[in-house]
Design a protein around this ligand. Structure first.
Ligand SMILES: N[C@@H](CCC[C@H](N)C(=O)O)C(=O)O
Length: 292
């Protein structure tokens, strides 16, 4: 089967965008893995598939698949690319587009300078909704919050790493590091992703606080490995930094692929606002094998 796709990126987090507004493409997890493959497919961290929405007042739905083929709830950089995609494909002329994701309805909005702002909704702290199982762990109190000690099998002589846990629609575990350049992202990241306290696995963030208004961040993403940027990871890190008493309400997040700005008023029901770039790289077609 031959399918059309658009390659996009947001701060270096890259996507294959698919248009299912005219009908389903009928792809399986194996097809998503093939499209994401950097040698045999197009290459991407995530695949976003845009569909029409049957609900009144909602413009579209989209589903997100990680490079490993698994479907996930939310994707911040993808949300920004989505609004540019539907406009460039002539699917809408709106500046702000309401879209249903597995994690709920969001409304990415084009800014006059070409960046996109997304209201990512309020962070979720209830442990069972993240989901995070704290059985057997005693938290450390820090600021107005808690950090949880995770023992990582065979890592750092079993000394625990301390993580703040939060959901931005998808699960995140954020730890503080002195320097992201030397942080053990590739060693500890996969162990945190698969730690048994996270029944749905987790995205592992490594945050260096530069000042109260600036952090550097690397994220080892669930189902994709380290990416150049993670939008929900940036939101989770800033929320964690604010609750730990380290950050102000507006923070620039420097990732390896670009800069995002995150704002959160700090009350538990306040939405997290994310602003950043979204860029189309190219459009093309690819022959997808029936059974990749
Ligand atoms: N890159 C994304 C997050 C994509 C999903 C994530 N890997 C997960 O499994 O939850 C972002 O920009 O938020």
């Amino acid at each position: 089967m031959r399918i059309r796709f658009t390659k996009m990126q947001g701060a270096g987090n890259d996507f294959v965008m698919l248009d299912e507004t005219r009908g389903p493409l009928g792809l399986s997890p194996a097809h998503y893995r093939f499209l994401a493959d950097r040698h045999f497919g197009v290459g991407a961290d995530q695949i976003l598939t845009v569909r029409p929405s049957p609900a009144e007042g909602i413009d579209f739905e989209y589903v997100i698949h990680n490079a490993d083929g698994g479907e996930v709830e939310q994707c911040g950089n993808g949300a920004r690319c989505f609004v540019r995609f539907v406009r460039e494909q002539g699917l809408t002329t709106k500046d702000a587009v309401k879209v249903k994701t597995l994690a709920g309805i969001i409304e990415p909005r084009m800014q006059p300078d070409g960046r996109v702002t997304v209201n990512m909704g309020a962070p979720v702290f209830e442990l069972e909704r993240i989901p995070f199982n704290p059985a057997g762990l005693t938290p450390q109190t820090a600021g107005s919050w808690q950090k949880w000690p995770l023992a990582l099998d065979g890592y750092a002589q079993n000394a625990p790493v301390f993580v703040a846990v939060v959901s931005m629609g998808n699960p995140h575990a954020v730890q503080l590091v002195d320097d992201v350049d030397t942080a053990p992202v590739l060693e500890a990241g996969p162990l945190i992703e698969h730690h048994p306290s996270f029944p749905k696995r987790v995205n592992a963030g490594f945050m260096q606080v530069v000042s109260r208004g600036q952090i550097r961040l690397r994220v080892y993403e669930r189902g994709a490995g380290e990416t150049l940027a993670c939008g929900t990871g940036a939101c989770a890190a800033v929320v964690a930094g604010i609750r730990l008493g380290l950050l102000d309400a507006r923070v620039d997040v420097l990732t390896r692929g670009g800069q995002l700005t995150i704002e959160w008023a700090g009350t538990l029901d306040a939405p997290v606002m994310m602003t950043g770039p979204a860029t189309t790289v190219f459009e093309s077609e690819i022959e997808v094998p029936d059974t990749p």
